[in-house]
Design a protein around this ligand. Sequence first.
Ligand code: SAM
Length: 340
Amino acid sequence: MGNNETQIDVRTALKQGLAQLRDAHVPSFTLAAELLLLHVLRRDRTWIYAHPEEEISAPDAERYFALITRRAAGVPTQHLTGKQEFWGLEFEVTPDVLIPRPETEHVIEVALDRLAVHELRAGRPQKNDGSGLRIADIGTGSGCIAIAFAKELPQAAVIATDVSSAALAIARRNAARHGVADRIHFLEGNLLDGLLSSAVASAEGSIVGAQHAAPLPAQTVASGPSSHQSPVTSHQSPLLDLIASNPPYIGRREASSLMREVRDHEPEIALYGGEEGYEIYAGLIAQSAAHLKSGGILVLELGHNSLPAVHPLLDAPNWKNVGVTNDLAGIPRVLSAERS
Ligand SMILES: C[S@@+](CC[C@H](N)C(=O)[O-])C[C@H]1O[C@@H](n2cnc3c(N)ncnc32)[C@H](O)[C@@H]1O
């Protein structure tokens, strides 16, 4: 039965959809066809495989094959369904935000492991609900990292920054969807700059979540790469326990080798860190050094070839206990350290 006819069953729709995607050289074409059919039918995978003979209505079939055509033309599946799972949670995604990637879950794992070690060293029970902790996610995009922390550490106060106001709007919606909007403070600005002005604006109190976390001692901080050497400004900012970031790290010189789904559909500001890709880390690490308390944790996601350029930036005397974590493909994916 062709897709122009009015009656089609689940099995046939899937078969025809995946054949179109396969012919268009779409990666993971079977999964993509399944996800698009699940989306149109508003069913789960179990239902689809339990009801292969079930007939699909003509409008649903039409919608499904329209999505298949767009997917075959390179539109990411997540832009067609409007969602992506990360850390077991469903996130709204649009072309304004990076689609959360599975390897970014290593950032959460490394951060939670390091926080647990902190608790052990301090002689506290290993279960950490985040009481008193201040956490920042720099370049939050969909909000996936900040929201995962807010869910894992229900008493922590979380700050999420991004230069993109469009991304922050999506992140706010995702925070509301997961019931943590009141615990995440979203700031628009370059790296941690927003945090600085927010601190200046509320110099008497804490930056976020005063009802959840006691104000922490303040320190003198500076913004910009030079702060790595000598913090000189007089702004007061409450110190952070953890800073995590998955910054843009692809080199513009690599653009032509990217998959079309990425290059043509995901936001440039989320992809490219500069000509080489690793340019953003120097400023990020310098600002993090100024905003973390002693013993505070920095966790950074790396591009596939960023390690040699970024590792030397986490040097003494500012940093100690530097660690590298590989992703499942064996690529050094997460660089982490403690503020000395
Ligand atoms: C690779 S995406 C990561 C998004 C999300 N954290 C994730 O892991 O899926 C990088 C994000 O950083 C933001 N960004 C780019 N340059 C920035 C800057 N200088 N300061 C703050 N955010 C920035 C982009 O808008 C984008 O949302």
